[in-house]
Design a binder for this molecule. Sequence first.
Ligand SMILES: O=C1O[C@H](COP(=O)(O)O)[C@@H](O)[C@H](O)[C@H]1O
Length: 246
Amino acid sequence: MQNVKLNIFPTEDEVLINMAAYFIETAKKAISANGMFNVSLSGGSSPKKLYEMLASSDYKEKVVWENVYFFFGDERNVPADHPDSNFLMAKKALFDPLQIPASQIIPVNTSLPPEQAAEAYALAVYTHFKPYNVKFDLILLGLGDNSHTASLFPHTSILEDQESTVKAVFLEDQQVYRISMTAPMINDAHHIAFLVYGKGKAEAVHHVLEDDTDIEEYPAQLIQPEQGAVQWFMDEAAASLLSKKG
Ligand SMILES: O=C1O[C@H](COP(=O)(O)O)[C@@H](O)[C@H](O)[C@H]1O
């Protein structure tokens, strides 16, 4: 893949420390340039430790949180208090400890049917950025062991979507919906960063970064902005099957 910057560290802790530093630096630059930092969070299990680190006493003074607006790259179609909710994970790890007011958090409204929730989220994003172009300062992403990112899952119709910004995705194997930003929306961000650690991710990392392009099998290959490099923060375990590490 082109336009990729690999940041590989020996341990998970070092990945998290360096990812936190990148988050803080990106936030500072955005706030000093535009007075605000618009960040889209990833879900799943990997980012929880990053959010807890950012909210910890050693880190929390490093960002002017009053100027940060939080979005979600994807959400599971469950109530906001469900254990699978990406919002709930971020709330517990980041928003509650930092006492972020609701006015700075833009969650997906999963009380709506999935297609309506996607439309409503696209509108909420547009309304926030209006009258400017929708352009996130930072989109955080994870990587599933089946090479999905956000909820761009293998062999789903969202992969071909060039028109929408947010879409409902039906996962046949799990018989559930998710709501996700599309690849064009993600690729438009100023900065994009993957956080990936653990041996269990090594095959997916190898497929996405070094295999021939096969979007249907390895959807994270869709993340290729026209400008700038995609930052990959990984530990050596996740990067262990890469032939080139620089
Ligand atoms: O389902 C999801 O999975 C990916 C990867 O999560 P991880 O727990 O394997 O790190 C995540 O990026 C996405 O936001 C989430 O909804």
